[in-house]
Design a binder for this molecule. Sequence first.
Ligand code: 5GP
Length: 200
Amino acid sequence: MKKGLLIVLSGPSGSGKGTVRAEVMRRQPFAFSVSATTRLPREGERDGVDYHFITREQFEKRIQEGDMLEYTEYNGNYYGTPLKEALAEINAGRNIFLEIEVEGAMNVKRAYPEAVLIMLLPPSFSEQERRLRGRGTESDEVIQGRLDRTHEEMSFFPQYDYVVYNEDINACADDILSVVRAETCSVKRYPTAHISYFDT
Ligand code: 5GP
């Protein structure tokens, strides 16, 4: 059985990752990895569905035990992808979809080089700022921090496999599902097909 694909959607704050992820998952059911985090649940968020909400001590124990495929510290909280859950899905042949920030995506690529990395970007830097300010939920200082961080995040751009500009949610979902479709047919996934073909 072919292993599933590990698709990583990431991009700077304000790129719309969460919304795009929801649209992609609405159209095609991927195995979605539920991340662990030490931040407190926001209103309406459910433990085990939106995140596994755990304490810093529990998170650090899991890091030490090697039970995080990747993790990062973001705005003072840990966020990470539980390793066993992700590998179980891939090994069962199911495609898994991670929506994480850029540093985490780089860590996934290091730990699992076959991962397919998609960078989601707002149409422009000025539009990113407009979207972040438009949310109206964060202080100027936090917004500035997110914009500053984008410079560093963009330095990893060349290590990504694909880029999708978020001008329209439907077009983004189309592009991402096209990438998944193309990757499914990649010759890289069939390293011995030219030999085993003759046994068929
Ligand atoms: P929020 O607190 O808004 O839910 O998430 C903050 C950031 O953490 C977002 O950019 C989100 O994509 C990222 N994030 C969520 N889960 C993970 C994870 O498991 N690993 C990493 N590296 N980032 C994550």
